[in-house]
Design a protein around this ligand. Structure first.
Ligand code: FES
Ligand code: FE2
Length: 433
C-alpha cells in the first residue's frame, strides 16, 4: 500500500473520503445508561469531532457540537436544565434538536432565537444503545438490522472499550483468523479443546485455507481446515459496512454478536461489542489459560478520551507476565481481547502499511482495504449514498460462527443453510422457554 492509500483508509475527519463514507451510516455513540435525564453533559469524541451528549428531562438523548453557537464556549460546562442544555456564559439554551429555546441576556430575543441553532446530530436509541447519524439529518435512514442490536437489552451484554490506535488496524485484527491459533491459543494443546465442535482444529492446524465473497452488506470470508474424516471445519466471519465485524467466536448456532470499531479520532477507537448472553455461555473461559474475557477498566473520567479505558496499557506493557509467557500462555498477556489490544496498539497509532510484507493469510485484510478504498472513491466521485447505508435489511440475519460441514458442498450455500437452521437469537429462545 502507498502512504496515500493508507491515509485515505485511516483518516475519518469531516472532509476526508473515509470520513464522508462513515457519515453515511449510523454510529453507536454511547450506552443508554451513560446518560441520565438532566444529568451531567458527557464529552463524546467521534470521527474527530468534539461533541456533547446529554439526556433531557423527557428522556430524549441529544448529541451536539460541544461549542455554543454564540461564542464557542463548551457546552460541557453547561447546565442540563428542564428540556435542554444551557450555556453558562450568557445563558442561551438549546434543546436536543439544537433549537435555541432561551436567550437570557438578550432583550426581545424571540426573533434572534429563531435564527440561532446549535449543531445537532440525529439521535436514536434502541435496546440500550444511543446511535448517532453524523450525515445530514434529513437523509438519516432507519437503523441497521444488525442481529444482536435487535435483541432486548436484558438479553445482551454491551461493552465499550477504548483502544489507543487507528480504527482500521482494530478491524483488520478481527478479520485475520489465523492469529487465533497463535496469539490466543499458541500455548494450548489440541487436546484441551473440544474435538466434537471442531474447535481443536484451531490449534491442530494453524494454517487454514480461505474462501471469500463480497456481499451486499460488505464482505464475508471463511477459513477452513479439512478433518481426518474428510469433513471440513469452517470458521465464517463478516465485515459489515462501515466498521462492523462478526467474528466466529462460538458455534454459529449461538454466536449472536457483533463488534463495531468506531473511530473516536484517527488514533483512538471505541470498540462496541454487543453479544447475547447465550453467546457468552459457550466462550472458552476457564478451560484454558490466558483466554479470560474479563479485564479491569480504569475509572471513567470526563475527558474526551476518558471513557472505557483499560487498566493494562502501553505504559505498563499491558501487564505482560514473562513467566507466564515462558510456561503457559503464548503472549503472557491475560485475556483474548487484551492480547488483541496490546499487539494492535504496538503497531503504532496509525500502522504504516507501506512497510508491510503481506502473506496469503492476510487475504481478507487486503479485500477489506480494497472494498473501503473503492467505496470511499465512489462516494467521492458520485456523491451517491451506498446501498448498505440506506437499506437496513441488508444486515438482517448475518451471523458469524464455526461449524463442521460436508467437504464438497458449496461453501456459501452451506453457510446459508447453517444460518437458516440456527435458532433465533437469545431473546426468542427466552420467550419460548
Ligand atoms: S457563549 Fe454560550 S451563551 Fe454566550
Ligand atoms: Fe484476536
Amino acid at each position: 500500500m502507498t502512504p496515500q492509500e493508507n491515509d485515505v483508509l485511516t483518516r475519518t475527519g469531516a472532509n476526508t473520503p473515509m470520513g464522508k463514507l462513515m457519515r453515511q451510516y449510523w454510529i453507536p455513540a454511547a450506552m443508554s445508561k451513560e446518560l441520565a435525564p438532566d444529568g451531567a453533559p458527557m464529552r463524546l469524541m467521534l470521527l474527530g469531532e468534539k461533541l456533547i451528549a446529554f439526556r433531557d428531562s423527557q428522556g430524549r438523548a441529544g448529541i451536539l457540537d460541544h461549542r455554543c453557537p454564540h461564542r464557542n464556549v463548551s457546552l460541557f460546562f453547561g447546565r442540563n436544565e428542564y428540556g435542554g442544555i444551557r450555556c453558562v456564559y450568557h445563558g442561551w439554551k438549546y434543546d436536543v434538536s439544537g433549537a435555541c429555546t432561551d436567550m437570557m441576556n438578550v432583550p426581545n430575543a424571540a426573533e434572534l432565537k429563531m435564527r440561532v441553532r446549535a449543531r445537532a446530530y440525529q439521535v436514536e436509541e434502541r435496546n440500550g444503545i444511543v446511535w448517532v447519524y453524523m450525515g445530514q439529518a434529513e437523509h438519516a435512514p432507519p437503523l441497521p438490522e444488525i442481529e444482536p442490536t435487535l435483541c432486548d437489552e436484558s438479553d445482551i451484554v454491551i461493552r465499550f472499550t477504548q483502544r489507543e490506535c487507528n480504527w482500521l488496524q482494530a478491524v483488520e485484527g478481527e478479520l485475520d483468523t489465523s492469529h487465533v491459533g497463535v496469539l490466543h491459543l499458541g500455548a494450548v494443546a489440541a487436546t484441551a479443546l473440544p474435538s466434537e465442535t471442531g474447535d481443536s482444529m484451531l490449534v491442530a492446524n494453524k494454517a487454514p485455507e480461505y474462501v471469500l465473497k463480497e456481499t451486499d452488506f460488505g464482505h464475508t470470508y471463511a477459513a477452513y481446515r479439512t478433518m481426518d474424516d474428510g469433513r471440513k471445519y469452517w470458521r465464517i466471519a463478516h465485515f459489515l459496512m462501515p466498521f462492523w465485524c462478526m467474528p466466529p467466536i462460538n458455534a454459529l448456532s449461538t454466536n449472536v454478536l457483533a463488534r463495531g470499531y468506531i473511530p473516536m479520532d484517527d488514533t483512538h477507537t471505541m470498540i462496541v461489542a454487543i453479544e447475547t448472553k447465550g453467546a457468552r455461555v459457550t466462550n472458552r473461559e476457564g478451560s484454558v489459560t490466558g483466554v479470560s474475557q474479563n479485564f479491569p477498566y480504569l475509572p471513567n473520567t470526563t475527558d474526551w478520551y476518558g471513557r472505557w479505558r483499560l487498566r493494562a496499557n502501553m505504559e505498563n506493557d499491558f501487564e505482560i507476565d514473562r513467566e507466564l509467557q515462558r510456561t503457559k500462555s503464548f503472549s503472557g498477556i491475560e485475556g483474548v481481547q487484551l492480547q488483541d489490544h496490546a499487539i494492535q496498539v504496538s503497531m503504532g497509532e496509525i500502522s504504516d502499511r507501506s512497510l508491510e510484507f503481506l502473506s496469503p493469510s492476510d487475504v481478507m485484510v487486503v479485500r477489506i482495504r480494497r472494498l473501503l478504498l473503492r467505496m470511499a472513491g465512489e462516494l467521492q466521485e458520485t456523491s451517491q449514498t451506498p446501498e448498505s447505508a440506506v437499506r437496513p435489511e441488508l444486515f438482517a440475519g448475518v451471523r458469524g460462527g464455526h461449524y463442521i460441514a460436508d467437504g464438497n458442498a458449496d461453501w456459501f450455500e452451506a453457510y446459508e443453510r447453517q444460518r437458516d437452521a440456527a435458532p433465533p437469537p437469545f431473546a426468542a429462545q427466552t420467550a419460548a422457554e
